[in-house]
Design a protein around this ligand. Structure first.
Ligand code: 13P
Length: 248
């Protein structure tokens, strides 16, 4: 399975940030990487990011509407993202679930929209700290997969990102044992739900992945890559995270 290291810029980045993408392109173009790299900038920079990447890495979006078009002021369809050069879209990020009230059914509809437009959906799941403390993390994440991952998910059209809510932007991470256990649980739910196709779907870890912890997390056999927030904004940090893929 080819690992995927994805950067989620969230609501950060102006035209002046495109230089980071040029630096990323220079560094990646010099290698023949055995992994996939993706950057998800704000949608305002999407088309320019595709130009800056020049094929050295993929470009994706952070959300989409479920419908292809219509009277939905301010919304953006998966088809529009594809038209701008995106190849991936993140759906169901915990910030969308928490701040925009998105529920599993909404996330499943958005994942279906991504497939309809020819995009790979990165479907995010993850428990809160209270849910983990209550011993509920496995059930919560299993339920989120059941509700958010539509029938028809394959390794080609879907990536799962396990992002414990309490680890996002906090500097806190689960232990390696906890990450291994949760990724194993997610795999078993995917296989139960999707059959053989569930074995090939990449499962990323996200939440406070930094240059200093990337190597130990990325080299866990159950981890298929990372979804990186803050440490993806600077090319130098993101390249250090990516470098963690080679065992040190
Ligand atoms: P941080 O890497 O900043 O914790 O963010 C993780 C995240 O939410 C990526 O989608």
């Amino acid at each position: 399975m080819r690992p995927l290291v994805a950067g989620n810029w969230k609501m950060n980045g102006l035209a002046s940030s495109l230089g980071e993408l040029s630096r990323l392109k220079e560094a990646l173009a010099a290698r023949a990487p055995a992994y996939d790299v993706l950057v998800c900038p704000p949608v305002t920079l999407l088309a320019r990011a595709v130009d800056a990447a020049a094929g050295a890495f993929a470009v994706g979006a952070q959300d989409c509407h479920a419908l292809p078009g219509g009277a939905y002021t301010g919304d953006i369809s998966a088809e529009m993202l594809r038209d701008s050069g995106a190849s991936f879209v993140i759906v169901g990020h915990s910030e969308r679930r928490q701040l925009h009230g998105e529920r599993d059914g909404d996330v499943a509809a958005k994942a279906g929209a991504a497939w309809r437009a020819g995009l790979t959906a990165i479907i995010c799941i993850g428990e809160s700290e209270a849910q983990r403390d209550a011993g509920d993390a496995n059930r919560v994440c299993g339920d989120q997969i059941d509700g958010s991952v539509p029938e028809g998910a394959t390794a080609a059209n879907t990536v799962i990102a396990y992002e414990p809510v309490w680890a996002i932007g906090t500097g806190k991470t689960p232990t390696l044992t906890e990450i291994t256990a949760m990724h194993g649980h997610i795999r078993s739910v995917l296989v139960r739900r999707l059959g053989e196709a569930g074995r090939g779907v990449r499962i990323l870890y996200g939440g406070s992945v930094k240059p200093d912890n990337a190597s130990e997390i990325l080299n866990l056999p159950e981890v298929g890559g990372a979804l990186v927030g803050g440490a993806s904004l600077k090319a130098s940090d993101f390249l250090s995270v990516i470098a963690g893929l080679s065992p040190s």
